[in-house]
Design a protein around this ligand. Structure first.
Ligand code: URA
Length: 191
C-alpha cells in the first residue's frame, strides 16, 4: 500500500531542519520551493544560487527572471506552477551537485512530487532530468521530448542559466516552452 502523502508544510519544516549533508553548514537558509501546492506543473531546477540562498525562494536571480518570461510563453505564471530544485541548499560557489548530496536530498523532492501530484514535471537541465527519468541520456538529446516516469508526464528542457548567453539554446528553450503550452492547452494564441 502507498504511504500517505506528507503535507507540504510538514515537509518544508523537515527541510528547514535538515542536516543530512555538509551543505547545511554553508547555507543562509534552505530553499524548499514555491507556488501552487495543487499545481498541474512541477518545475524542477538544480540547486539554489546566491540570491536564492539569501531570499529562501527558488529562481529569483537572473535565471529566475528569464524563467518567468519562459513560463509566459507557455501561458503560465509562477503562481500557478510549483517550482523546486533537486538540492535544497546552495552548493559552495554554485558548483555542480555531488552524487552524495543528491542522494541525501532527493527523498524530499520525491515526497514533494507525491504530495503535489502534478500532471507534468518539467525538468530543467541535466541534474533534474537524470534524477527524475533515471537516465544517463543528456539534456541535449532529451529536451523538448515528452517522457513518462511512473504516472507523471515529464518534459525535459535546457536549464535557463545555460541559455542566458547562448542564442541557440535560448531558441530551443523558447520553442520547448511553447510546446509545453500546447501540451497543456495553456499557450496564448498570439505567441
Ligand atoms: N538555478 C536553479 O537551478 N535553481 C534555482 O533556484 C536558481 C538557479
Amino acid at each position: 500500500m502507498e504511504h500517505p502523502h506528507i503535507p507540504l508544510d510538514q515537509l518544508r519544516a523537515e527541510v528547514a531542519e535538515c542536516r543530512r549533508c555538509p551543505l547545511c553548514d554553508g547555507r543562509t537558509q534552505t530553499v524548499f520551493g514555491t507556488g501552487d501546492p495543487n499545481a498541474r506543473v512541477l518545475i524542477v531546477g538544480e540547486a539554489p544560487g546566491k540570491n536564492e540562498d539569501l531570499q529562501g525562494e527558488p529562481f529569483v536571480g537572473a535565471a529566475g527572471k528569464y524563467l518567468s518570461e519562459l513560463l509566459a510563453i507557455a501561458g503560465l505564471t509562477r503562481e500557478e506552477v510549483f517550482i523546486a530544485n533537486v538540492l535544497k541548499c546552495r552548493p559552495p560557489s554554485n558548483r555542480d551537485p555531488r552524487p552524495e548530496e543528491i542522494q541525501a536530498c532527493t527523498p524530499f523532492l520525491r515526497e514533494q512530487t507525491r504530495t503535489i501530484n502534478p500532471e507534468f514535471i518539467v525538468t530543467l537541465g541535466n541534474f533534474s532530468t537524470k534524477f527524475i527519468l533515471k537516465t544517463d541520456v543528456g539534456i541535449t538529446r532529451l529536451h523538448g521530448t515528452l517522457q513518462q516516469a511512473g504516472r507523471f508526464k515529464v518534459f525535459p528542457i535546457f536549464h535557463p542559466a545555460a541559455a542566458l548567453y547562448d542564442g541557440k539554446k535560448r531558441e530551443a528553450l523558447e520553442n520547448d516552452f511553447a510546446t509545453l503550452g500546447e501540451l497543456l492547452g495553456t499557450r496564448p494564441a498570439s505567441n
